[in-house]
Write a protein that binds this ligand. Structure first.
Ligand SMILES: Cc1ncc(COP(=O)(O)O)c(C=O)c1O
Length: 418
């Protein structure tokens, strides 16, 4: 059954009016944190230059700009900003497994504050954050109820099953990333009174939704799933790898989206451009248990302040600029949508991801992604004639125009139309 009483379509319309042409928010997303070191255009260009030459140098920098590859495969390809490198160099360190790394402790406290939770836990990746969360919520034999298009179910090597004996129970996903509420409700089975069922252990949502094209789960939907979770007494975990993109697009605080979840995992190393790290946030007792699980799977780190220092810069300086990525994605999508024979749903372009492909894919034609890469533009090939372009730190409006020009030329070459 779709979302009740047409709430999502209405919200979608209201949200899309705000999402479609994002402006830079006027206020700090985190009261008390100032956006110092907001990257200048030069900083962004130096990212491209460093990508090519491995160091920052005026001459090489200009050279790098001319030659640079425009890498739109993912927002994970971002390199740390100069401010991050500086912070990593200067980080105050200690042994984090003993709880003595002051920089990690600061990052975890900051993350908890941002997410509106009691405590935070630094982990190495989004995958580890989701794994630790699911293993903390579930016992062996419990079910994790997940979207059939979720990253957790499709792209994390089945870790919760392999390592924790957790059973994945996938339910259908709508095109904006919502799980069908009727199916969700039906997936929560009465194991207490029926021996045949594995007990439900956790419901997992993803916001923004990667495979749906960076689409946003709005607060009304999150609230509806929260209500369901409360009715059946099951915790709700949020894979918020790109939750900052959602918050910036909706112009709300992250905590206005995370308040519905018992636990949230968000990534520092995607749009926020830090080199490594994700945070799991939740209530203090949950995080204490999650800390033990992290240790058990080998995720206890020692002088992890080197990583955390970049994370603090990411959280305090790299959030508002996500609006630039959203704007760039919008421009790219609108340009691509005009290519003849293109299939691209502009409604799903709500943040920094653009999904597209030929309306009539033909496996006999040369690969669009491969030919583009030869021309210096990298995109993701999702298979089946679908492609993905992701905007991020280091990609400028000029890069988007250059990429569009090359894409148009290669598109014509392959599809010989227009
Ligand atoms: C929605 C989502 N969840 C989790 C992950 C995993 O993050 P990581 O690559 O840091 O393990 C990703 C990575 O792209 C993702 O898009």
């Amino acid at each position: 059954m779709p979302f009740p009483s047409g709430v999502v379509p209405q919200l979608r319309l209201a949200c899309s009016m705000r999402i479609i042409r994002p402006r830079l928010p006027q206020r700090s997303a985190f009261p008390g944190h100032h956006y110092r070191d907001l990257p200048e255009r030069d900083d962004q260009a130096s990212v491209n230059a460093v990508r090519l030459h491995g160091y920052e140098d005026g001459e090489k920098h200009r050279e790098g700009q001319q030659m640079s590859v425009i890498d739109l495969r993912s927002d994970t390809v971002t390199l740390p900003s100069p401010a991050m490198r500086e912070a990593m160099y200067r980080a105050e360190l200690g042994d984090d497994v003993m709880g003595e790394d002051p920089t990690v402790n600061r990052l975890e406290a900051l993350a908890a504050e941002v997410a509106g939770k009691e405590a935070g836990l630094l982990v190495v990746s989004g995958t580890m954050g989701n794994l630790v969360s699911v293993l903390t919520h579930c016992r062996r034999g419990d079910e994790a109820i997940v979207g059939d298009r979720s990253h957790l179910f499709n792209c994390e090597a089945g870790g919760a099953s392999a390592l924790g004996g957790v059973v994945f129970h996938p339910v259908p996903t709508y095109s904006f990333g919502e799980l069908d509420l009727g199916a969700l409700s039906g997936a929560i089975r009465p194991a207490a009174t029926n021996l045949h069922y594995a007990p439900p252990g956790v419901i997992c949502l993803e916001n923004t939704h990667n495979r749906c094209g960076g689409t946003i789960l709005p607060p009304a939907y999150l609230r509806a799933v929260r209500d369901l979770a409360d009715r059946v007494g099951i915790p709700l975990h949020l894979d918020g790898s790109r939750i900052f993109n959602a918050a910036v697009a909706l112009r709300c605080e992250v905590r206005e989206l995370t308040c519905y979840a018992d636990s949230v995992q968000f990534c520092l190393s995607k749009g926020l451009a830090a080199p490594v790290g994700s945070l799991v946030c939740g209530q203090a007792d949950f995080i204490a248990r999650a800390r033990r699980v992290r240790k058990m799977i080998g995720g206890g780190m020692r002088q992890a302040g080197v990583i955390a220092a970049a994370g603090i810069v990411a959280l305090t300086t790299m959030v508002e600029r996500l609006a630039e990525d959203h704007h760039n994605a919008r421009v790219l999508a609108e340009g691509l949508a005009e290519f003849p024979g293109m299939q691209l749903d502009l409604e799903t372009v709500q943040t920094n991801i653009v999904l597209f492909g030929p309306a009539r894919p033909d496996p006999a034609k040369p690969s669009f992604a491969q030919l583009l890469a030869e021309e210096g533009v990298k995109i993701g090939d999702l298979g089946g004639g679908r492609f993905r372009a992701v905007t991020h730190y280091g990609i400028s409006p000029a890069d988007i125009q250059r990429a569009l020009g090359i894409m148009r030329r290669v598109w014509r070459q392959i599809f010989s139309i227009g």
